[in-house]
Design a protein around this ligand. Structure first.
Ligand code: BTN
Length: 270
């Protein structure tokens, strides 16, 4: 099922692209918006409605009020890939205790997909929800659970693809990057989307299977391992040396008072 909102003329996506997504990935329903405030907001709204097919992809040509974690905004200039997947947790065997693993696993899927398109092994995961290319943030992930739950989860993904950071607000230019900046060429955004969706289907299934390989892959790509980090956990701050990510997806920090496992939180220094 495909629903298109707004004019498709001049869009980076074509009608044939939706067929391709439905044919070659696990997505069963597509909603395309020429302009939208936030694909996560829309997916959360759809989660309250009946008669949908899952996984449901909400894709935006232009997202004008994208949200990041906490009160952060997500900048996405023209050429960015911004989308949210509405998933059924039962189908993925994803009980609440494993939700912290969903961001990392989605990050791993994005890392693997984009690394095949870049020339070298240069993609890392910054726990719990960012993907870094050559030390700069190229992708952010926002996993949210609809207020009444209903067995659904939203995985929102923003990837800087052809939206060069040259066009970005100055405060982002020092810390972020886009695939086009890293590779010095443009990418077919639909191919990036397709590759990410294929990897997501594989890797998300791995959470339910408690796949050892999944855990090894998070660990290998952990940007923070060996670094001195500061993590904010609610009202508390944890400081120490990062020893990696454990089997449940927690960040392991060696502090002056012993080892702390951070299952959620925000890394404020690294
Ligand atoms: C972060 O870095 O804090 C997470 C950013 C997540 C951005 C994506 S873009 C698609 C989806 N819709 C949103 O409003 N946010 C996510």
């Amino acid at each position: 099922m495909i629903d298109v909102f707004g004019d498709q003329e001049g869009s980076q996506f074509t009608a044939a692209d939706w067929d391709r997504v439905l044919r070659s990935t696990f997505v069963r329903q597509v909603e395309f918006h020429r302009e939208i405030r936030s694909t996560n907001d829309r997916a959360l709204e759809l989660a309250r409605q009946a008669g949908r097919q899952y996984p449901l992809l909400v894709l935006a040509e232009e997202q004008i009020a994208g949200r990041g974690r906490g009160a952060n905004r997500w900048w996405a200039g023209r050429g960015a890939l911004t989308f949210s997947l509405l998933l059924e947790t039962q189908a993925l065997d994803l009980p609440p205790r494993r939700w912290p693993q969903a961001s990392l696993t989605a990050g791993l899927a994005v890392s693997e997909a984009i690394e095949t398109m870049l020339a070298d092994r240069c993609v890392q995961l910054k726990w719990p929800n960012d993907v870094y290319v050559r030390g700069r943030k190229a992708c952010g992930i926002l996993v949210e659970v609809p207020p009444r739950g209903d067995g659904r989860v939203v995985v929102g993904i923003g990837i800087n693809v052809n939206n060069s950071l040259r066009e970005a607000p100055p405060e982002l230019q020092a810390t972020a990057t886009a695939l086009c900046d890293a590779a010095q060429r443009e990418f077919a955004v639909i191919e990036v989307l397709e590759q990410v969706l294929v990897r997501l289907a594989e890797r998300l299934q791995g959470i339910g299977r408690q796949d050892e390989e999944l855990r090894n892959r998070w660990r290998e790509r952990c940007l923070l391992t060996g670094r001195d980090v500061q993590v904010k956990l609610g009202g508390r701050t944890v400081e120490g040396t990062c020893r990696g990510i454990d089997e449940e997806g927690a960040l392991v920090v060696d502090t002056a008072h012993g080892v702390e496992r951070c299952l959620a939180g925000v890394v404020t220094r690294f």
